[in-house]
Write a new protein. Sequence first.
Length: 446
Amino acid sequence: MRLWLKDPIAVLADGAERGLVVADGRIVELVGTKGPATACDTVFDAGRHVVIPGLVNTHHHFFQTLTRAHPKAINKELFPWLKALYPIWARHLDRNGFRLGVRLALTELLLSGCTTASDHHYIYPPGLEDAMDVEDDEARTLGMRMTLTRGAVNLRAKDGGIADDSVIQDDDVLLADCERVLGRYHDPSEGSYRQVALAPCAPFNVSKTIMVETARLAERHGCRLHTHLGETKDEDDYCLHHFGCRPVDYLEQLGWLQDRVWLAHGVHFNDAEVARLGRHRLGVCHCPTSNMVLASGMCRTKELEAAGVAVGLGVDGSASNDNSNLMEGVRHALMLSRLTYGAANVTHLDALRWATEGSARCLGRDDIGAIAVGKQADLALFTLDELRFSGAGDPIAGLVLCGAHRADRVMIGGAWRVVDGTPLGVDVARLRHEHGEAAKRFLHNC
Ligand SMILES: [Zn+2]
């Protein structure tokens, strides 16, 4: 069945003046001025919509939606922020709260135009051993693509780690679960809805053994690898003190300077490190909102891209954002980059490219992230009806500059998943109530 998304206000693609045609879950034609080449079975009148590729989120911590704007953590930089929150997470995160946090974050992402998510989940208190299964289940309900990013912390406090011992799994347990999750969910095929990446949390809370072992596992299973790196100056100091080298050198020692790796943040790389990361074809997920909230610094997006690094975008965890709106992240990426590179050298098209094609590359995918023939039909459609857009000249620039934050329609694999601003498969009012109730425990008794 051929569906024509007809005559939109604008499409983020060349040669699609009159829209595009979708069939069997993929984009099969960009419609130029003459209309579709072959007759279509159905027509969707897109006359109120600006159409962009579905956004791809490459870094998040869904469970942190339960501790947004937490009084014990606000107004702190990363290390003291983590020290304030770890005991609270360890004490209160249970399976029901986690499920609601996952559902809420995915719904927020979807409503912001995101069609492929990833969640770097690294704490596993007793009762949450099947966290990846919960995430798969929730993403399935919403019809979203997702990379299940199986994280871990394993450095105990007595060994210099900052995570609470109760959320740490033994090495053999966590490695066995990595294998289980890979075997059960990792689908590398074109159009896949579920992939798995292995993601030890960060050099300061994971042992060398786990970093090395996960890299071996990833090689064996052909999956991606992910971790936090270069987020703060404190991390530089920690690595110099404990490992006698900077974070990128440490990564190389672990066998992690390779093209299956994408890193979260990448703020504090020097020129030589940027070049090395490019030579080894790594990816970096820029998290502008979180970097501003925690005062971490500014990712060197343009230099990294010029060096050959895939630059993607992420909202980061909801305790350091404190939302899950990737379209807002696009705007923040543009604004923050402007401070570094000037007005002429970074545009809304750069920021949108990071959130789509760049993010897809970070996740190792070339079947999503662009509006082109053969790509998956993952689309975000925004109207310009709100007051904030009135008077906007360039519709695509207007989305970013005027602050679009909620899609009117979202399509994933050719199926509508958001219709008239409403996500299908979730009761938003009920979710808001249940999640809000679950979050109260994290606020009191902490
Ligand atoms: Zn993070």
